[in-house]
Each structure stands twice: as structure tokens, then as C-alpha cells.
Design a protein around this ligand. Structure first.
Ligand code: BG6
Length: 479
């Protein structure tokens, strides 16, 4: 999908990586290990420096200890991590204001002979987002001798209005080409592969439309619950947390027209066209659920309302199933169902493309021997791969049809897949925006969710460890 060469062959320009929210969970669990892995894969040849920024008042060594701990947890030895941190990692507390940050940036760039290329990664809560962008601008940090890029983590707003506001704040100080909005799903290899699969294989693309396809279901099922994020999640629910971003982004890649070229804007132009052709969702198209107590992997887990930090009056959904109509030439009349849930029976992200049944039921006599429609299952995670079901005649007398499938699994062909954050950081440093969400895409995605965003009906109950509220969701395929 992206035009970027493999990470090992690419030279990053010397840069300063300024990580806001550097002591937070995302930084420690995902970002720091991804940065380190990326640099390691390139033999630490890059001239760079990581500057951690957070509210805690720490000195460099205290912050380095946090980074070392994160790296050890991710599998490296303390010696390797300490060696790297001593040379390449520093910290400044934002408590001292943006002037302190600006002074630290200038000092590090002079000391490490960096040319002023700066990536500001905002892994911070939305509530401090505006102040941070304005603070950077006020301290003169939005322009430099080199390039300046800003990375914005989700959630990008909570509705259309707040997303517009965030875009306005960003555009006041940065050009769109400097803004990198993260949706880590876009960097999953299997998601990127959707374009290769569709546009490199004539066999599928020629029937990828309303003439041959009956329906499309895209599912993000998780066994995880709140993971200590009740405060954020109870205000978001899965519609804001997963549907607005990950599910709608996957939908755009399934439904888009071929781009004229593989550059970032050609691809994003086609994605936004898909979003524009979708009518805002109405309440009747949405089914919401909420888990009650149950079992995950044999262990008892509490119901959502008994989770720590969740108010007893909460009507937040932990499961949603939404019907979407893509009202364009290719897809009119083909229902897309987007589904997601927390505390479901299994972790499974999958696209199921159901083909139409043959026009004449040649094999069906007196209700016996029905033909089963072909289904293409694209499993995005885990056990990444494809299944295509088709009917064959069972050998022997008479004509009995049975369903078989053709399979492909990434692990058999390629081994380990790169981590999404590693890919995103490599692209950020190379200035490739293909895997990042453009401002207009995020506004369109909020617009589509329409009435789904403020539903206050009581969500339907489902036991943790099940596949969601009764009749809403069948586990699609043995993946
Ligand atoms: C995040 C959501 O964006 O995606 C989480 O905030 C969710 O709630 C996570 O658990 C799922 O990501 P993945 O890569 O594990 O499917």
C-alpha cells in the first residue's frame, strides 16, 4: 500500500523525536519498544535523539530507568537498553512550561549536531491537546531549520464538531502534510495487503461489486475488557473507540476504487470518496450490547457495570453492530455490517465477503442439496490469512454438495509480521503519509456515525466470553 521501501534499506534523516506522554501506558508498552526495534533493525545507524516529555518531574536518569524497564519488558536485556538510553534518551518536564521544552530542544540539537528535523508525537489525553499545540506554537517550536511533523494519537475528537475543532487547531500551526493522524489498524500488514489483494489479482477485482457480492461483514472481536481505561472508555464506548476509526478505515480499503497511483493522497482521495458516499447512520441500523459477568479463557470476569470506575448509571455499549450502506455505483444495495465487541469469546478481526448464490438452483431438489454461496474470509488477526469457501460434489452416488475451502496463512509463507507502530514510526520519519488518516477522512467518519453517537437506550446484555447479544453475531469461520 505504501510506496516506502523496507525499513532496513531506508535512511532516516537525523532527527529529534519528542515524545509527549512519555511516561504513559502507550509510550511504555508500544512506542518505546517500536522505536527501539526500528533502530535496532537498522543497526543504530541513525543520528537521532529521543526526548521524553510528561508532567512528572523526573531527571534524565529517572526517565531512562522507565525506558529501560519498558525495553526489558519487551524482551531486551538491561545492558543493551541502558547503553542506548545513556547516549540517545533525555527528558524534560512540561511542568516548567514550553520555554523549558524549547530550551531542551535547542540544547540537544546543538549537542547531538541535529539539523532541526523534529517529530512531535502527542501520546496525550484529548483534554490537553489544544494547549499542547498552542504551547508548541507559542514557544516557536512549529517551525525549524529542518522538517517539523506532528503525530496525533486517537481519539481524534468525540464527534464531528470536536474533530473539526481539532483540525482547525492543528491547521492554525501546521500544514496537512505535517500532520500524521494515527490509526494503527492501517499499519497492520493484513490491512495494507487489502490493496495488493484487490488490485493485483484480477480474479477477485472483476467481481468485487454489487453484481456478485451479496454482503460484507467486518468484525473486530476482542476478549479484552477495559484494561484500566474505564474513565476513557465509558465516555467513548465501542462506537467511538473502534467503529469510527478502525472499522470505517478497513471498510474504505475494502470498498474503494483503484487509486491512480500508490501515493498517499491518491489513496486517501479514494478512501474519502467511499466515506462521502455513505449516508449518516440512523438509530434503527444500530444494535448495541453490554457484557455481563462471564468467563474469559476459563477465568471469571465481572460484568461491565461492576468494572472499577464504571458508573452504575452507565449506558455505554461494549458491543455494536451497525449496518452501513455505501451508496455508490459499485456498492448500492450491498449491506456492509460493522461489528465489534469487548469480552467476546475470541480475539478475531475478520472481513467476510459473501458472494451471491447462483441464479438457478440446479442441484436443489425438494429442498435437499442446497448450494452454499461462496464466502471469502480475510482474517486480519490473529492467524492472518484467507479462506475461500466453495462447493464440491461429495464423491459417490447422487449429487450431494459439500463446502470446502482454499486457505492461505501469512505465518506459513512469511513468518513474523512487523509491528504496526514500528511501521508507522518508520513512515513518519520518512515523511510518508499513506498509512495516516487525513483530516477530511476523520470528519467524514464522524459524520457517518450520525445518530449512533448519542443513543441512550439500555444496551442488550451478553455474557462475557460469548459472541455477543443473542442472534447478533455468529462466529464466522474456523480461522
Ligand atoms: C485501540 C482501542 O484503538 O484498539 C482499544 O482503543 C482496542 O480499545 C485496540 O483494544 C485494539 O487493537 P488491536 O490492534 O489489539 O486489535
Amino acid at each position: 500500500m505504501t510506496t516506502r521501501p523496507a525499513a532496513e534499506t531506508m535512511g532516516f534523516e537525523p532527527h529529534l523525536f519528542v515524545l509527549f506522554g512519555a511516561t504513559g501506558d502507550l509510550a511504555r508498552r508500544m512506542l518505546v519498544p517500536a522505536i527501539y526495534r526500528l533502530l535496532e533493525s537498522r543497526n543504530f545507524d541513525d543520528q537521532m535523539h529521543l526526548l521524553g516529555v510528561a508532567t512528572s518531574e523526573l531527571d534524565d536518569d529517572e526517565f531512562r530507568a522507565i525506558v529501560v524497564e519498558a525495553l526489558v519488558e519487551a524482551g531486551w536485556t538491561a545492558e543493551e537498553a541502558e547503553r542506548w538510553c545513556a547516549e540517545y534518551v533525555s527528558y524534560v518536564s512540561i511542568k516548567g512550561g514550553f520555554a523549558d521544552l524549547a530550551a531542551a530542544v535547542t540544547a540537544i540539537e546543538a549537542r547531538c549536531d541535529l539539523p532541526g528535523n523534529r517529530a512531535f508525537y502527542l501520546a496525550i489525553p484529548p483534554s490537553v491537546f489544544d494547549d499542547t499545540v498552542e504551547g508548541l506554537a507559542g514557544a516557536g517550536l512549529t517551525t525549524s531549520q529542518g522538517w517539523t511533523r506532528v503525530v496525533v494519537e486517537k481519539p481524534f475528537g468525540t464527534d464531528l464538531e470536536s474533530a473539526r475543532h481539532l483540525n482547525e487547531v492543528l491547521h492554525r500551526h501546521f500544514a496537512e502534510s505535517q500532520i500524521f493522524r494515527i490509526d494503527h489498524y492501517l499499519a497492520k500488514e493484513t490491512v495494507q495487503n487489502l490493496l495488493a489483494f484487490r488490485f493485483a489479482n484480477m480474479l477477485f477485482e472483476s467481481g468485487w461489486n454489487r453484481n456478485q457480492i451479496d454482503s460484507v461483514e467486518i468484525t473486530v472481536a476482542e476478549t479484552l475488557g477495559l484494561e484500566g481505561r474505564a474513565k476513557y472508555f465509558d465516555r467513548a464506548g465501542v462506537i467511538r473507540d473502534i467503529v469510527q476509526n478502525h472499522l470505517l478505515q478497513v471498510l474504505t480499503l475494502v470498498a474503494m476504487e483503484p487509486p491512480v497511483r500508490l501515493d498517499a493522497d491518491s489513496i486517501r482521495d479514494e478512501k474519502v470518496k467511499v466515506l462521502r458516499s455513505i449516508f449518516p447512520v440512523r438509530r434503527g441500523a444500530v444494535s448495541r450490547g453490554r457484557y455481563t459477568a462471564g468467563e474469559i479463557d476459563g477465568e471469571p470476569v465481572p460484568g461491565y457495570l461492576d468494572e472499577e470506575g464504571v458508573p452504575a448509571t452507565s449506558v455505554t455499549e461494549t458491543f455494536a453492530s451497525i449496518r452501513i450502506d455505501v451508496d455508490n455505483w459499485r456498492w448500492r444495495g450491498v449491506p456492509f455490517t460493522l461489528r465489534t465487541g469487548k469480552r467476546l469469546a475470541e480475539r478475531l478481526t475478520q472481513i467476510a465477503v459473501r458472494y451471491k448464490e447462483p441464479p438457478v438452483s440446479l442441484f436443489e431438489v425438494d429442498g435437499a442439496c442446497p448450494v452454499h454461496a461462496n464466502v471469502l474470509f480475510i482474517t486480519l488477526q490473529p492467524n492472518e490469512g484467507f479462506h475461500l469457501t466453495f462447493d464440491v460434489k461429495r464423491p459417490g452416488e447422487g449429487m450431494e454438495l459439500v463446502t470446502q475451502d482454499l486457505e492461505f496463512h501469512y505465518a506459513d509463507a512469511f513468518g513474523r509480521l512487523p509491528d504496526a507502530y514500528e511501521t508507522l514510526i518508520a513512515d513518519l520519519l520518512a515523511g510518508d503519509q499513506t498509512l495516516f488518516v487525513r483530516g477530511d477522512e476523520t470528519e467524514e467518519a464522524w459524520r457517518i456515525l450520525g445518530q449512533a453517537l448519542d443513543m441512550t437506550d439500555e444496551p442488550k446484555p451478553y455474557p462475557a466470553g460469548s459472541w455477543g447479544p443473542d442472534g447478533e453475531f455468529q462466529r464466522p469461520v474456523e480461522a
